[in-house]
Unconditional design. Structure first.
Length: 500
């Protein structure tokens, strides 16, 4: 019997009422294993109404009450991390170790939310004028929404809702319809931790559900992670409706390798960063820029390592890389490799014909490595979101820097070198929001913020860290003047000496 994933509204399962369902496949087999209910406008409205009702009390609750729930949720999340990882593998396809790593990175933000009291401290200035004090406080927004992608079905929601609810907001999550089960399991664990009904809600669906959240007058802010075209649409539409927006878009992350770099370390890093999680992550390294004469040696070292990667079902402990999320996405990724030679690239490894015995209907693709890729090639210009690594060649650091900075994306980047001065120049001169020095995937820890530049971010706030706290709260400044108690009205004696 096919499993059905329903909504979570007002603290309980809400069966889909629209009559519309979407298929969820096991990427390793291509089999439809689950149906997910798609929300109607009325169902989205019900979730927002539940969140609005819950905000009346949750927004006034104490910090201690909120963090108590989050500490309990953290313990439950830790206890169930294997179970959540299995749900991710079954619907996304990534190997179990990658799925466990995803849960661990989400836990970092739960940890941050448990200590939210430090981030929510206000400020006070006394005696700014005679008997006048000025204080600033931060208050929650109300109902906020998150729209999250398929590639990290547990981690990215946890980049959003723990901080949002710790700050006193209530939350409506619209996860990817391709792998929805992890989001519902997180909702169940939050309820088990004692989160009041309606504080966290999950509605599934497609553009109809998204558009309703963007237009709903009771939704005060929207967080999004996904492709650049959709991020731009989310930002434009929600902003036009008066909402605060953080919309994280796509990427084309470059790894610059200087001639003095440890080439074995650089090759190891390039392989793990390009092909980990089958390249389906916005921080994947998809372009290596080799400077000077090291290009041939570096490409050969990458090829040697890439050929050894074990590809198979994510549930197989021997697998190091799983399938892609859907057949359509697999075919799209393969198209970039198929057309690379015509566009001037040298195809070193072509993984487009890869299959797994016994799982021939899975969404399989092997490792692809393209060398001497021109910047005009589609494989370089587009975010492929698959296990395809492009290598570009430059003669100088300046040429490489100009190449990287000419990209419309500015999410993450990395430099591999032994020279501290070169690394320092790069981190100051490169136009990207996150920079790694001999670190290929510079995703910040939870107490720093994640976000890119240019077409990789729409909105002013990065996600999680201090930016996350600021995004989910708004500041208020209070200026106060109190009369001196010695000036109490005639007949009122407060025990202070009279000034007159």
């Amino acid at each position: 019997m096919t499993k059905i994933v329903n909504h979570w509204i007002g603290g309980k399962t809400a069966e889909g009422a629209s009559g519309t369902y979407g298929p969820v496949t096991d990427p390793a087999t291509g089999e439809v294993t689950t149906k997910v209910a798609f929300a109607s406008v009325e169902e989205v409205d019900a979730a927002v109404a539940a969140a609005k009702e819950a905000y009346l009390s949750w927004g006034q609750s104490s910090l201690a009450a909120r963090t108590t729930v989050l500490f309990k949720f953290r313990a439950l999340l830790d206890a169930h991390r294997d179970e959540i990882a299995e749900l991710i593998t079954a619907e996304h396809g990534k190997v179990h170790s990658d799925a466990l790593g995803e849960v661990a990175r989400g836990l970092e933000i739960v940890d941050l939310a448990c200590g939210i009291s430090v981030q929510l401290k206000g400020e006070l200035s006394t005696q700014v004028a005679s008997r006048v004090d000025v204080s600033s406080i931060r208050q929650p927004l109300g109902v906020v929404a998150g729209i999250t992608p398929f590639n990290f079905p547990a981690m990215v929601p946890m980049w959003m809702f723990p901080l949002a609810i710790a700050c006193g907001n209530t939350f409506v999550l619209k996860p990817s319809e391709k792998d929805p089960s992890a989001a519902v399991r997180l909702a169940e664990l939050l309820a088990e931790a004692g989160l009041p009904d309606g504080v966290f809600n999950v509605v599934h669906g497609d553009k109809l559900a998204v558009d309703r959240l963007l237009a709903h007058p009771d939704v005060k802010a929207v967080s999004f992670v996904g492709s650049t075209p959709i991020a731009r649409y989310i930002h434009t539409t929600a902003s036009a409706n008066g909402k605060r927006v953080q919309a994280l878009g796509g990427a084309k992350n470059h790894m610059l390798v200087l001639p003095d770099a440890d080439l074995d370390a650089a090759a190891d890093a390039a392989v793990s960063a390009a092909y980990g999680s089958a390249g389906e992550r916005c921080m994947a390294i998809s372009a290596v820029v080799a400077v000077g004469a090291i290009g041939d040696t570096l490409v050969e070292k990458i090829r040697e390592r890439a050929e050894k990667i074990k590809i198979g079902p994510g549930s197989d402990p021997a697998s190091e890389m799983g399938p892609l999320i859907t057949k359509a996405h697999r075919d799209k990724v393969a198209g970039y490799v198929a057309g690379a030679a015509e566009e001037g690239a040298e195809v070193v490894l072509d993984g487009t014909g890869y299959t797994v015995d016994g799982h021939e209907d899975g969404h399989w693709i092997g490792i692809s490595l393209l060398d001497k890729v021109p910047t005009s090639a589609r494989a370089y210009q587009d975010e492929i979101f698959g296990p395809v690594l492009c290598v570009l060649r430059t003669e100088t650091y300046e040429e490489a820097l100009d190449l990287i900075n000419s990209s419309p994306f500015g999410n993450g980047t990395a430099i591999f070198t032994r020279d501290g001065g070169a690394a320092r120049r790069f981190q100051l001169e490169v136009e990207a929001g996150m920079v790694g020095v001999n670190v290929p995937i510079p995703v910040p820890v939870g107490y720093h913020s994640f976000g890119g530049w240019k077409d990789s971010l729409f909105g002013d706030h990065h996600i999680y860290g201090n930016d996350g706290t600021h995004f989910y709260t708004r500041g208020k400044v209070v200026t106060t003047r109190w009369p001196d108690p010695a000036d109490a009205p005639t007949g009122v004696d407060l025990g202070f000496p009279r000034n007159h």
